[in-house]
Design a protein around this ligand. Structure first.
Ligand code: FHN
Length: 568
């Protein structure tokens, strides 16, 4: 494939922006409980976490009869939510194929009373609805097979991975690319210690059968076509290339009957918009039940998200990342000659201040205004100000569309705006004798959390600094969000804004090592209000923070400094 052809075959992915991932398998029937005992954490790992012997887990297949499954319904729900591609677990780590397979009898057609291939029905429904279809395939872990990776309780002996790989993984991937029409992408997962050679054999098999089919980075060894970020990871800074954030609606991927921690429509829209504004796609996981239904609470929330997406599609699909850096009220997406301002925190002042716009603003309109009446725009020092209605015209976010002329450049300085909360995030700071560090941890099991921090401070010479511009004089509360263990408890830090310095005591937030073996640290973030500061004039300032004494154990993991308007 030439470079131009390659670019063209990937264009759909770049434009898609919103997708759904379905985790559906035998584990959906177990729904988080085994022999009457609830196993907390991600549901599709129940076999592993319960160390359930293969012979016992297989009994789920004899009961798996998802008579409520409707490929049409799934595709309709996805389409109504505004999702442009569907990825479904064809085989997860438990080794059970949710499709007819000649390579292994352990599949939904041959081993369950259902006897049908739901992926055929889903493929047909997707084609009808104009949604692209992709398959999740666990290429390395297979807990059902003696030579697959992961099951040490049934198969403690040394394994011959190549036996499993040649007899099951490769042939099944070929089946998926042969029997279901055009496959938009294969979503591999947990490559573990797979060799580069094996990853390349998969690439070759996929591209031989369907040259346009994309492969995600979790194929391992750097041979994928695009990046899938860590589970539930929403980046704070824009990224280039093709990539996707993969998130889940609650805390599990496969259905767990007692996990009702659904993200609200507002949270989902916010997470989606943050990802799209950084240049990526947002793929949201949904776990259908063992009967094949999308949980009602989840479907209802998706409908609401879809209604918002429908009203604001111009600001989402086929857009580019924000050229404006961090914005206190929300996020921005762009395309040639256009900026779309996604306002989540609507200003009470009837004035939306947009910092960092270097281009000329020709027109501003509300996307919800069918008549597209122009809003009044004024240009001040370092910011554009738009006259907006007092009450937000849309929810959870209102989009203001700007027509702009001229080049848009990023604005490195953080601008403070009086009526919003202003977060100073680590990636935007300049550091001396300390480091940017990313921490990832799980609390129950598999429910990954992430924090970008400033860490590894060594003493009074360590400093993190942010530059910013205040547009008007104002008073702010200062808040710190950090995690710290007992070693730094009782130490002192200093935070300086302009001419005001605030010394503060550092407190042990309860950080400890993770009770889940091999999962490192368990940070525990707490927010402390340090007091109030006054910015006496409009203009440029810097905010600096660091320890006052020599530190032990790296001092705090600083996740955020925030300025909150006192009079908002
Ligand atoms: O182990 C899997 C997990 O079960 C789930 O499928 C997620 C989805 O991204 N991927 C793996 C962990 O990263």
């Amino acid at each position: 494939m030439s470079n131009d052809e390659k670019k063209l075959s990937r264009q759909w992915f770049r434009s898609a922006k919103f997708a759904v991932l379905f985790h559906w398998g035998l584990y959906s029937l177990a729904a988080g409980t085994w022999k009457g005992k609830r196993i907390h954490g991600i549901g599709e790992w129940i076999m592993y976490r319960g160390r359930i012997p293969v012979r016992e887990y297989e009994t789920l297949a004899a009961q798996f009869n998802p008579v409520k499954f409707s490929g049409k319904e799934w595709a309709r729900i996805a389409k109504a939510a505004g999702m442009k591609y569907i990825v479904v677990t064809a085989k997860h780590h438990d080794g059970f194929a949710m499709f007819k397979s000649k390579a292994s009898q352990y599949n939904i057609v041959d081993a369950t009373p259902y006897k049908r291939d739901p992926l055929l029905e889903l493929a047909e429904a997707c084609e009808k609805e104009g949604i692209r279809l992709g398959f999740y395939y666990s290429q390395f872990q297979d807990w059902h097979e003696p030579d697959g990776a992961g099951n040490t309780w049934d198969f403690p002996q040394e394994r011959k991975f190549e036996n499993y790989f040649n007899a099951k993984a490769l042939p099944q991937v070929r089946e998926l690319l042969t029997n279901y029409g055009p496959v938009a992408l294969i979503w591999f997962d947990t490559p573990g210690t797979m060799s580069r050679e094996d990853s390349l054999r998969l690439v070759q098999a996929v591209h031989e059968l369907q040259p346009d089919c994309l492969i995600n980075s979790r194929i391992g060894n750097g041979v994928g076509d695009y990046d899938s970020l860590g589970d539930q990871e929403i980046p704070l800074v824009a990224r280039g290339g093709l990539w996707e954030s993969v998130d889940t609606h609650n805390d599990t991927w496969g259905y767990v009957e007692f996990d009702r921690n659904w993200k609200s429509p507002r949270e989902l829209v916010e997470r989606m918009v943050k990802v799209v504004g950084k240049g990526g796609n947002y793929m949201l996981n949904v776990g259908p039940t063992g009967l094949g239904q999308i949980p009602a609470a989840c479907a209802g929330i998706l409908r609401e998200v879809g209604a918002w997406v429908g009203r604001n599609k111009e600001a989402l699909y086929a857009t580019d990342a924000s050229p404006l850096g961090l914005l206190p009220w929300g996020e921005c997406t762009s395309r040639s000659g256009k900026l779309y301002l996604h306002v989540l925190d609507w200003p009470q002042s009837e004035r939306l201040v947009v910092p960092g716009v270097t281009a000329k603003v020709k027109r501003a309109v509300l996307l919800t205004d069918a008549r597209r009446r122009p809003l009044r725009v004024s240009v001040g020092k370092g910011a554009v100000s738009i006259r907006v209605p007092r009450v937000a015209p849309d929810s959870p976010a209102t989009v203001v569309a700007l027509d702009v002329a001229g080049k848009l450049r990023g604005c490195a300085a953080r601008t403070v705006i009086n009526c919003h909360r202003n977060d100073f995030d680590p990636p935007y700071s300049v550091l001396k004798n300390c480091k940017h560090a990313k921490f990832s941890w799980m609390e129950k099991f598999g429910d990954w959390k992430h924090a970008d921090c400033v860490a590894e401070w060594s003493g009074p010479e360590s400093k993190a600094a942010w530059r910013f511009t205040a547009l008007e004089p104002a008073r702010y509360y200062l808040e710190l969000d950090y995690s710290c263990d007992e070693r730094s408890s009782d130490s002192e830090g200093m935070l300086t804004v302009g001419r005001t310095s605030l010394p503060f005591p550092v407190l042990d937030t309860g950080e400890r090592s993770n009770p889940v073996p091999d999962h490192g640290l368990w940070p525990l973030f707490r927010v402390y209000r340090l007091g109030m500061i006054e910015l006496p004039r409009a203009g440029n300032y810097s905010l600096t923070i660091g320890p006052m004494q020599k530190t032990e154990g790296g001092w705090i993991k600083l996740r955020r400094v925030s300025l909150l308007p006192v009079n908002a």
